[in-house]
Design a protein around this ligand. Structure first.
Ligand code: PMP
Length: 433
């Protein structure tokens, strides 16, 4: 039995043995002890509604996922140098969710490792190392993934942009040069990126982006954007990578993968976070041609990547998504969520924009009657919701976008709890100004 430790002691040991470089949510941190579906429980017995964490995709501690892990752990765990059923079963099931030309998969243990591997494979395939990356994009914590993550390298404490990185402007239709009132905004942003590709003095190995740029504050790539960028990248010999670590597995409701909304097919897809509901796993899905170039290089081996336990858990995740119709739920509840948040947007001038798809939503908090960020108010909303036992987060370059991306079992009743709480916080805020 684990000893029960007081919250201050937990914090003290964390600072003593690890480091404050591990960031901590909230002014008043929470001492979590247990979780189930969309709920988390702290050491004082409080129940929190988790409207934030997209990793426990089918719900925290889902019994079917837990059972799959327990059973497989008790039976066999080893590495891919032996043959075992679970790898073949999962690879086939996962690839069944992709278009036919994305038919190869390599397993690792995190989204970062997947990004890293994807870049290595892209460079191998194209014989170039120049990457086109999205402004404010984030793809992971390894050396290579930080180099392709503007969110990190462009941070005041970051190491800056490397010479082989070409950064393209985020196609933000709320604050950018082309906005929602322009029906061709996506195409125009795309054409600007194409001009950059054509003007590049070096061949670009790959273009990488998320379909909805999470760390930028849930900024969706507008319709028409990728339809310009992908062909231009390919025309000069490069490949197109979709980072679906946040957006994949039915979260966006209408589509299983984010790239489907743009009616494009990438050459490579990066997976992580929800793939195994919190068990550490990542994957790179790619075309036969890219896999063939990779095969010419040095052996690929990951001690834990694609092990039987991970594969059994990930298989259970796909089963649950299907059995519980979670993509359909993300669609219905997501639509309701966005419509309720839009009601608030019409009520309070500090909500400038509500965007996203399915259960992947951002709410931009601004100074009244402007698009200028209101970081303090976003932080106030986050902390007030925490006091009301609701978990959400803030992100974006000014940390003024409220992010909500709950488990796909989130209900309309849960939505009402979150939206009514934001309503109350803002009512009090406006009464006090
Ligand atoms: N890509 C994206 C879009 C992410 O959001 C993240 C993690 N936040 C990663 C990659 C890296 O995943 P991990 O933290 O599992 O290494």
């Amino acid at each position: 039995k684990l000893e029960k430790i007081d919250i201050n002691e937990v914090l003290k040991r964390r600072l003593q043995y690890i480091s404050p470089i591990l960031s901590l949510s909230y002014k008043e941190p929470i001492h979590m002890v247990r979780s189930a579906f969309q709920y988390m429980y702290d050491a004082d017995g409080n129940t929190f509604l988790d409207a934030y964490n997209n990793i426990p995709h089918v719900g925290h501690s889902h019994p079917k996922v837990i059972e799959a892990g327990k059973t497989q752990m008790a039976k066999l765990n080893t590495n891919t140098r032996y043959l075992f059923d679970e790898l073949a079963i999962y690879a086939e099931k996962l690839l069944g969710h992709f278009p036919p030309n994305l038919n190869k998969v390599f397993f690792v243990n995190s989204g970062s490792a997947a990004s890293d591997l994807a870049i290595r494979m892209a460079n191998n395939h194209t014989d170039s190392k120049h990457m086109m990356v999205m402004e404010l994009g984030y793809h992971g914590n390894t050396q290579t993934s930080i180099e392709i993550s503007d969110y990190k390298f462009n941070n005041p404490k970051g190491n800056g942009q490397k010479k082989h990185i070409i950064k393209t402007t985020i196609p933000d239709t709320y604050k950018g040069v082309y906005q929602k009132d322009n029906p061709n905004a996506g195409q125009l942003y795309g054409l600007d990126a194409v001009a950059q590709i054509k003007n590049s003095s070096v061949p670009i190995s790959a273009f990488i982006s998320e379909p909805i740029v999470g760390c930028a504050g849930q900024v969706p790539l507008p319709k028409g954007y990728l339809n310009e960028v992908y062909p231009a990248i390919r025309a000069q010999g490069g490949i197109c990578i979709s980072d679906e670590v946040q957006t994949g597995f039915g979260r966006l409701g209408e589509h299983f993968w984010g790239f489907e909304a743009s009616e494009v097919i990438p050459d490579m897809v990066i997976l992580g976070k929800p793939i195994a509901n919190g068990h550490p796993m990542g994957a790179v899905v790619c075309t036969e041609e890219i896999a063939a170039s990779f095969e010419k290089g040095v052996e690929f081996f990951s001690s834990f990547g694609g092990n039987p336990v991970s594969c059994a858990i990930a298989t259970a995740v796909l089963d649950v998504i299907e059995e519980e119709k979670l993509q359909e739920n993300a669609n219905a509840v997501g639509e309701y969520y966005t419509s309720r948040l839009r009601e608030l947007m019409h009520k309070y001038p500090c909500i400038g924009d509500v965007r996203g798809n399915g259960l992947f939503i951002g709410c931009e908090i601004v100074r009244d009657n402007s698009k200028n960020p209101n970081t303090e108010l976003a932080c106030h909303i986050k902390n007030e919701l925490r006091r009301k036992h609701i978990l959400i987060s803030t992100d974006g370059p000014f940390d003024n976008i409220i992010k909500t991306k709950p488990a796909l079992c989130f209900s309309k009743e849960n939505v009402d709890i979150v939206v009514n709480a934001i309503d109350e916080v803002l009512k009090t805020h406006y009464n006090n100004v």
